[in-house]
Write a protein that binds this ligand. Structure first.
Ligand SMILES: [Zn+2]
Length: 188
């Protein structure tokens, strides 16, 4: 096949040269106004073309590579049990990009709980203003286990509103949210 980035022949969706050039994670923590820590690995602009593949079938391969390259820069849990809850992991075009991320985190000891944090409002926030986002909450419904500890998993953090809304819903269900883990931060 050909590398999605440079078009060279390669055995992987993104060749090793491009991974070395474009996929060098720089782990960073942003603290949201709710106190939630968000761990990210890239700034959005660095890897935007890769992130936009989530709307296409190739995104399945690309997101797996993004998850591999990001999370290997992160810690492993030492025997602790922490659940990971992907945000709105309903499948679009045959897969869910947040579920791919949660599956990869399993290697580091995070136990994924799928399909428990689903948005009733399916509207896209992409390119929308903060006031629009505030007026149109996601309307998350949580139907997972209560009284556990968990991390939230999403692909990007922009204003942080989605993560904080999910955090609030979880806390109402006595889920202690330790951290949010995302691939990219839109830190403009
Ligand atoms: Zn390449």
């Amino acid at each position: 096949m050909r590398c999605r980035s440079c078009r060279r022949l390669t055995l992987s969706t993104i060749c090793m040269e491009c991974r070395n050039i474009y996929l060098r994670p720089k782990p960073k923590i942003r603290v949201l106004s709710s106190g939630l820590e968000v761990l990210s690995f890239f700034s959005y602009d660095e890897i935007e073309p890769f992130l936009l593949t989530k709307h296409y079938p190739s995104g399945w391969f690309i997101y797996r590579i993004l998850a591999q390259e990001s999370f290997r820069a992160v810690y492993s849990l030492n025997g602790e049990t922490v659940a990971s809850i992907p945000i709105d992991d309903t499948s679009h075009g045959g897969y869910s990009h947040t579920a791919i991320l949660a599956k990869e985190l399993k290697k580091y000891g995070f136990k994924p709980i799928f399909n428990v944090m689903i948005a009733r409002n399916k509207i896209s926030y992409s390119g929308r203003s903060l006031s629009y986002r505030l007026e149109n909450p996601r309307g998350f419904v949580y139907n997972g286990p209560v009284g556990i500890e968990a991390v939230l998993v999403d692909d990007i953090v922009t204003t942080g509103l989605t993560l904080m809304e999910a955090q609030q819903v979880l806390e109402k269900n006595r889920v202690k949210v330790g951290q949010a883990i995302v691939i990219a931060d839109v830190d403009r």
